[in-house]
Design a protein around this ligand. Structure first.
Ligand code: SF4
Length: 437
């Protein structure tokens, strides 16, 4: 393995980009980057290519002057412009590298703005620190989720509902699936963030400036009064929103892996049964049976296949688990996040594989060329390796820029797992037909 200390092609994205995905899942929320204009332009385009939706992100547009004298004036002006132009209920501020490097005290600037500016009185402002040189988009996502409950959750009367926090980046179709599951289960819940409509809206004549949908603000305030929190996709993450609610408001917290494959979906179902006293609806028992049938059918193609799986930590762990359930042999299990808990779980799930955290694609390429990989599963950013090594690539997760349908890719639950099993088998078969594997 190369001893290079330089980042060549990171297997992760900018930290504030993760925050945008949380802010975009909140009712009436407008994201604003405090930093240079280019960060917001780049991330708007990057997300729009993935979701095939417009993704507005305002910017405080720091210039050389702001970098020398501080960015308070720019940020206050940016907040004013956003309030006047978009009439948001919430503004989610995420910092970019420049604002962090010059050391702007964003919470203090926001307090000044709220004291000075009458326009601010009807808007909730949340700010999170997201220096990209310190961590990946996954951490940006986690701190934004935590920032929301820290700013908004308020203790009042016990609601008896369950907080369902989406702890990892999943598709709008996955979020819709979770909502359907929880509705069918018949339980009262608060789901946050909810990008099911905001990042996958129906075609319409005059789209609103801020997309409709997202978690209602009253629900976010009420998260302090729920009887429990489940973080779905919070298995290997550092303490976040669920831990905060447990510590501050005594709402018990359970962190679960993403429900990918049979075991991890069973785990979610068991927790829902325990929390609600309601058994899994019959239709999901049927779905579970169909997944097992699909796994048996595809086993003859997939068993013993050597794979490389890479991308976001929770997604990679879920896919690794379903691969091992199928008798596949993950050889490379990699994430761009520098997350030791991920590495530990990956080693448990796939002993003998090369586990890489803080991974760079240049390192993954080196490993892939020496391990007879037959199938790669991860974002489209691995396509250079796939082409060079002639390995079939199944595109899953964020980002996916060179194929359509990322918003509608359902991977969660028994239903999504079925799709994943079949797509892996088909990718392998197509690769063999083309002579690429
Ligand atoms: S690395 Fe920093 S400066 Fe570059 S786009 Fe990302 S947030 Fe902006």
């Amino acid at each position: 393995m190369s001893k290079s200390l330089a980042t060549v092609n990171p297997c992760s994205m900018c930290m504030p980009m993760g925050s945008v995905l949380v802010f975009r899942g909140i009712e009436g929320c407008m994201p604003l980057f405090h930093g240079s204009q280019g960060c917001s332009t780049y991330m708007r385009l990057y997300l729009a290519h993935h979701f095939r939706e417009p993704v507005d992100i305002a910017s405080s547009a720091l210039s050389e002057k702001g970098a020398v004298y501080g960015g308070a004036a720019n940020l206050k002006q940016g907040l004013k412009n956003v309030i006047n132009g978009y009439h948001p209920k919430v503004i989610g501020i995420a910092t970019t590298c420049l604002a962090e490097t010059i050391g702007d005290d964003v919470p203090q600037i926001v307090r000044e703005f709220q004291a000075e500016e009458p326009l601010a009185k009807d808007v909730t402002i949340i700010s999170v620190s997201t220096p990209s040189y310190a961590a990946s988009h996954e951490v940006g996502y986690r701190v934004a989720l935590k920032g929301l409950v820290q700013t908004m959750a308020r203790k009042s009367k016990q609601s008896g509902r369950i907080n369902v926090l989406v702890g990892a980046i999943i598709s709008p179709a996955d979020v819709r699936y979770l909502r359907r599951l929880l509705d069918d289960w018949g339980l009262g819940y608060i789901l946050m963030p909810d990008i099911s409509e905001t990042l996958d809206a129906p075609l319409c004549q005059d789209p609103p400036l801020i997309p409709a949908g997202g978690t209602p603000l009253d629900d976010i305030r009420d998260t302090a009064n729920s009887k429990a929190t489940l973080t779905i996709g919070g298995w290997v993450q550092e303490p976040g929103a669920g831990d905060y609610l447990e510590r501050e408001f005594e709402v018990p917290h359970i962190a679960l892996p993403l429900p990918l494959g049979q075991e991890f979906t069973d785990r979610l179902a068991a927790n829902l049964e325990e929390l609600t006293g309601i058994s899994m609806p019959e239709s999901y028992e049927q779905e579970r049976g169909r997944l097992l049938d699909t796994m048996v059918d595809a086993h003859k193609i997939l068993a013993d296949v050597k794979t490389a799986v890479y991308g976001d930590t929770e997604m990679v762990l879920g896919i690794t688990r379903i691969m091992t359930e199928l008798g596949m042999r993950p050889q490379i299990v990699a994430s761009g996040a520098a997350n030791p808990a991920f590495a530990e779980k990956a080693k448990e799930l796939a002993p003998g594989s090369k586990v890489m955290m803080g991974a760079d694609f240049s390192q993954i390429a080196e490993e892939a060329s020496s391990r007879d990989i037959e199938l790669m599963v991860g974002p489209f950013t691995g396509r250079g390796i796939a082409r060079k090594e002639k390995i079939p690539l199944l595109r899953v997760g964020l980002p996916n820029h060179d194929r359509y349908g990322a918003s509608h890719q359902l991977l969660l639950g028994y239903e999504g797992s079925m799709y994943l099993v079949e797509e892996m088998a088909n990718a392998l078969l197509e690769g063999r037909e083309r002579g690429s594997a």
